[in-house]
Every structure is written in C-alpha cells, then in structure tokens.
Design a protein around this ligand. Sequence first.
Ligand SMILES: Nc1ncnc2c1ncn2[C@@H]1O[C@H](COP(=O)(O)OP(=O)(O)OP(=O)(O)O)[C@@H](O)[C@H]1O
Ligand SMILES: [Mg+2]
Length: 311
Amino acid sequence: MSEPILKIENLTKVYSGGFKALDDVDLQITKGEIFALLGPNGAGKTTLIGAVCGLVRPTSGTIRAFGDDLSHNWRSARARIGLVPQELSTDMFETVRRAVSFSRGLFGCKSDPARIEDILKSLSLWDKRDEQIRKLSGGMKRRVLIAKALAHDPELLFLDEPTAGVDVELRRDMWRLIGNLRDQGVTVILTTHYIEEAEEMADRVGVIRDGKLLMVDDKTSMMARLGRTEAHISLSAPMGEIPPEISEFPVHLAKDGMELCYRGGDGTGLGSREVAELTKALTAHGIDYIGIEIRESSLEDIFVGLVEDRT
Ligand SMILES: Nc1ncnc2c1ncn2[C@@H]1O[C@H](COP(=O)(O)OP(=O)(O)OP(=O)(O)O)[C@@H](O)[C@H]1O
Ligand SMILES: [Mg+2]
C-alpha cells in the first residue's frame, strides 16, 4: 500500500493549563478518502486539526503529511493543505473575490482569476464577489471560508464543522461540493456533530472523546459492529414477568407489562431474524400481541451509546 497521505502517531497535546486535549492519538488517512471525525463538544477535534495545520504545537508524537515529518518540513506540507476553520475568522472589510484571491497567493500559487471564478461559482458566491464579507449572511460567510480554503487547490482539506448552524440548502451544497472534491482526488477530513453527515459522506468514521480516538472503522463495519435492532411488541394483555419460554431472548418489559422490548443484534440482520424467532415463540406459547415496531439504530444512536458506555 502506498504511504498514507496523513500519518499521526502517539499524538498528545497538553495545553498550557495542564489540560490534556489529545491523548496518544494514532490515525492514518489514505489518499482520496473522506474521513469523518465525530465527537461531542470538547472532544479534541479542533485541536487535532490544529496540530496538523500548524496552529497547535503538539506536546509529543509525530505527524507526517505527504510523507514528510511536519516538525521538519511544515511549510511545504501546509501549502498542500486547506482548512475551513470552525470559527468565522477573516478580514470582514475585504471583498469576497479579493479575500479568496489573497488566500491563493498566501501559499505561493500564481494568481489565476479563472480558477477563483470557478471556485466562487461552485459555491454560489459569484454574485457576491464584490461585496464586503461583513455584509454577507452567516451562511454566505461560511461559503467564503470554504472558497478561501480551496483557493490554493489543496490536496488535503480539513472542514471543521462545516455545516454547524447552516441551513439545509447550504448543507446539501456542501455535500455536493465534497462529492466533487472526492471525484478530483482531494482527501477530505471533516468534523461534525451531524452524524447523518458522516453517514452520507464519509468512507471511514473515527469517534473521539476526551482526547482519545475511541474507534476508527469504515462506515459499514461500524454499523455492523455496533448496529442494534430494537423491537417493541405491544401485548394484548399485560405480562407480570418474562415467561421462561422466551427468557433466552434479550428482552425486558415496559409500559406496565403491556410492551415487550427486544434489544439485540449486531447490525448484520441477526436482530431482525431473532425478532422473527421471538414472535414465533410468543405465538407457540399462546402469548398474543397486537403490534410490532422494529427499528435499526442509526449511526447517531450508536455514537450516543458509545459515548454513554465510556462515561
Ligand atoms: N488554547 C487552549 N487552551 C486551553 N485549553 C484549550 C485550548 N483550546 C482548546 N482547549 C480545550 O481542549 C479541549 C478540546 O477542545 P477542542 O476545541 O479541540 O474540542 P472540539 O472537539 O473541537 O469541540 P467542539 O465540538 O466544541 O468544537 C476542550 O476541553 C477545550 O476547552
Ligand atoms: Mg471544534
């Protein structure tokens, strides 16, 4: 296999107050993949991105990008990296077009008005090209940050919560844009609280919490490993306790014995097969039910479950 585009080893960050924001993180990113970093507030996502982009100085560990150790060769690597920061931070009095052109120049790229025009058009910013950034809406400002990050045609792009607080339309635009970048071979690492975004976009997902990368897996395996089937069976008469005939199933009673709840499976279809077995057993033992509701956990449920398990 070719060398990963990004290779992080034993990365630890202790902030000056003594707070450990990253704790021995290992992560490899393959060229061309879309990787989603999921984690609650304060998990260390922005710190991790900052360490790769040269905004946060690691306490220990190594980061290699494009095969180079960043502690030796930071500048040349940085020129190949784009960052859409979480916080709005740009010169508000500048016009959209000048700000984006300036970002391109910052990394030593030759001025290319046609390229800037393409980028602004792809983000529906062309009509606003001569507006001052401060006069744009919040969502439009965020588009400008994206345009700035793309201005020097980065090979590795970080998007730190690109869709936090934006409307559905911009979120769809973002997904489309990321799809286009993938087609062009750009590697994308995004952080998000919207797990549907990871589900929609990412090839692999990493879950981070308290500075520790708890797990990294491709999206489908993550679902298979942790997916859970939930079934709520409404009984026609209340049940005092679980009868021995069905006690080997992972079930419990709810709603004063009117509901039999099943929770099991591994996300591979085992759960729904087991629910089918359970209903057969109920019928065989003369236990009458009037309805069944089955639900497969989403990545969102899995994530919440995972975080709760560790606390
Ligand atoms: N400059 C700093 N000095 C001290 N502590 C910091 C600093 N920056 C971040 N932290 C702390 O490090 C932890 C991780 O912060 P970070 O911004 O990386 O989290 P995050 O996962 O990006 O969170 P969010 O989802 O809220 O953006 C937090 O507890 C934060 O308070
Ligand atoms: Mg953050």
